[in-house]
Design a protein around this ligand. Sequence first.
Ligand SMILES: [Zn+2]
Length: 162
Amino acid sequence: MEITFIVDSNAGKLARWLRMMGYDTLFFNSIEDGRLVDIALKEARVVVTRDTQIAKRRVAANGNVKVILSRDDDPRRQLLQVMKELNLDCRETQFTRCLECNQILLPRSRDEVEDLVPPYVFRTQTQYMQCPSCRRVYWQGTHWQRMKQALEEITADSSGPA
Ligand SMILES: [Zn+2]
């Protein structure tokens, strides 16, 4: 079964990293603990939080909801912890999802995005993806490369000795 997530408002940057890896990840800027846990239970999502109170809730304690409690502030170390606890490896699905709204990206031709990207990008990039919801266009620019490299470093850590 595919793993999906709900990330608590205290770990927002992690949500973007999980989406970058291709995981269906819900995130709300502000959400009550009870509602967070309800959604996790209904949709069988793994909760990632820094809030010890959530981990102590009955549904978490009895295993109906999987809670990953992160004690780390750094989203990269949070991601490493999540990957280790769940044994994740998903190089295939990287960069398939909108970082902002969690939608699956659609491939777009160069012509389709001409008016949507800066001229320099249009001249230098050939492959584009677009979010059907927020219309944001993604391409393999320097930001993307940086994130990809960081992700590779993190995944290299996770497969090495603990
Ligand atoms: Zn979007």
